[in-house]
Ligand binder design. Structure first.
Ligand code: BES
Ligand code: ZN
Ligand code: ZN
Length: 502
């Protein structure tokens, strides 16, 4: 993780490899911003070097400063039309500048706060939120999964430190709050991305449990791990059936953050922790199967969220539940046609062993009821069908409570980890009827994301519940503005935004 910090300094004496300023694109404001820059930089920077600065969102240009500045460069970064700037545009601009610095192998950059609070940008957000967005963009945009490289240059991130400059004592406090929040959030997202990107060879249920223990305990959470024997004694037949084909025993991970009153009922977060999904006996085709190392992205989001919630000392009680298993084909694996019992005693016909996520989640959703939760939110890379429906830009959402659905929708819009509701109409229920058991684990060809949602619904209590299918948003095929190909760490920013509003 790069270091994020705040300083109270005048521009000329800031010592870093580059200063960063934002410039809007609309003609009048663009010219005004450049005039101000010209005055700041003085004659050493010829006017013509600013002429080409259009201010288009994400566009960067470098100018070199005069000797009177302790920083020798400036990265001028476009922020788009001044009256259309949103927190998302600030994330993108923050990322664009940091990525530019990273590609130039600069070690330190300083965002000058000038434009944030003097009316250049017509944005109706607090200075704290503005700075948090820019800092988040900078941190998340420069993430790189480099654990397995041998070459030093590939292994190390040149950009080490990002500083936010305050121009007054008054703004220092708000800027610092924004930077600190961004740091806690990016830490959680980095953890989720690292877990997702780590191959199944090195990240199996026991390792996922160790990672949760190390990372979340350090942050102040309580972590409990159930081993296979305990899982057996709890009759968690879904988890046991999925892990049957694997040499790696399952784990059930419980992470608690108690920031609220003792008597406050907790929010329970459940994350699918399939450390590798081959499909089992209903084996997947080999093309792109490697992406299934990220089939524990729901678990990663829950672990990252608990770590961040603890770092932010959110004044609520949160329980994270992670059923963790590896789905492998073998002589001991569960077969299509087998019937198993979930923890609540319901029987499930396993028609397809590749629909394993819902099996392990069923046990976790039943277990969640022990907490008499205020709400349960589960996250899972659950269906290819959801990716077909929504692609990579929206998480599929289903649930039983309009207020919870609305709250997550709104947290999704502000964090830009957007969610979109799919209907759990009654008519879909019959698609998972079984001839031999209480329910079947697949629903046929159509509406696969919804029949999966209906399956989960059968194992939730009568508390508010939302299921988030992150199959498309957790696993990315291309780089984005501040995401990279591979594990996105989606869910952490969404859930933190939601929980912060409590
Ligand atoms: N982990 C997969 C879903 C998935 C697919 C996630 C692509 C991310 C990208 C899940 O376990 C699965 O295999 N689901 C099946 C369900 C089917 C057998 C009903 C699917 O979606 O094909
Ligand atoms: Zn599967
Ligand atoms: Zn899966």
């Amino acid at each position: 993780m790069i270091s994020l910090k705040t300083e109270f300094k005048d521009v000329a004496s800031i010592k870093s490899d580059a200063l960063v300023v934002f410039v809007p694109s609309d003609d009048k404001k663009n010219k005004a911003a450049k005039r101000k820059l010209q005055t700041l930089l003085g004659k050493s920077v010829p006017q013509t070097s600013l002429d080409d600065v259009t201010g288009k969102i994400g566009e960067t240009s470098i100018v070199y400063t005069s000797e009177s500045f302790s920083s020798k460069r400036m990265i001028i970064t476009g922020i788009g039309e001044s009256n259309k700037v949103t927190l998302e545009f600030l994330r993108r601009a923050g990322a664009a500048a940091a990525k530019k610095a990273q590609s130039l192998k600069l070690a330190s950059i300083s965002y000058i706060n000038e434009n944030f609070d003097n009316g250049t940008l017509e944005i109706n957000e607090s200075l704290e939120d503005i700075v948090c967005a820019v800092a988040e963009g900078a941190a998340l945009g420069t993430y790189k999964f480099s654990t397995y490289f041998s070459d030093e240059e590939q292994k190390t991130n040149p950009l080490k430190s990002v500083t936010f400059i305050a121009h007054s004592k008054k703004s220092l406090k708000q800027i610092d709050a924004g930077v600190k929040r961004a740091l806690a959030i990016s830490d959680g997202v980095y953890l989720a991305r690292d877990l997702g990107n780590t191959p199944g060879l090195d990240l199996y249920p026991e390792k996922l449990a160790t990672a949760a223990q190390q990372e979340c305990r350090k942050a102040g959470c309580k972590v409990t791990v159930f081993d296979q024997q305990k899982i057996k004694s709890l009759k968690m037949g879904g988890i046991l059936s999925v892990s049957k084909g694997s040499e790696r025993p399952p784990r059930f991970i419980i992470i608690e953050w108690n920031g609220g009153k003792r008597t406050d009922k907790p929010y329970v977060l459940v994350g699918k922790g399939i450390t590798f999904d081959t499909g089992g006996i209903s084996i997947k085709p080999s093309a792109n199967m490697g992406a299934m190392k990220m089939d524990m992205s729901g678990a990663a989001a829950v672990i990252g969220t608990l770590k961040t919630a603890a770092a932010l000392k959110l004044p609520v009680n949160i329980v994270g539940l992670v059923p963790a298993a590896e789905n492998m084909p073998s002589g001991t694996a569960i077969r299509p046609g087998d019937v198993v019992r979930i923890m609540d005693g319901k029987s499930v016909e396993v028609d397809n062993t590749d629909a394993e996520g819902r099996m392990i989640l069923a046990d976790a959703l039943v277990y969640a009821q022990r907490y008499k939760p205020k709400a349960v939110v589960d996250l899972a890379t659950l269906t290819g069908s959801c990716v077909v429906a929504l692609g990579h830009y929206a998480t599929g959402m289903m649930g039983n409570d309009d207020d919870l659905i609305d709250a997550l929708k709104s947290a999704g819009d502000s964090s830009y980890e957007r969610v979109w509701e799919l209907p759990l109409y009654d008519e879909y229920e019959k698609l998972i009827k079984s001839d031999v058991a209480d329910v079947k684990n697949v629903g046929g060809r159509w509406a696969g994301a919804i029949t999966a949602g209906w399956f989960l619904k059968k194992f939730t209590g009568d508390h508010p519940w939302v299921h988030l299918d992150i199959a498309g948003t957790a696993i990315l095929e291309e780089n984005g503005d501040y995401t990279q190909r591979g594990a996105s760490g989606v869910g952490v920013r969404l859930l933190i935004e939601w929980l912060r509003s409590k």
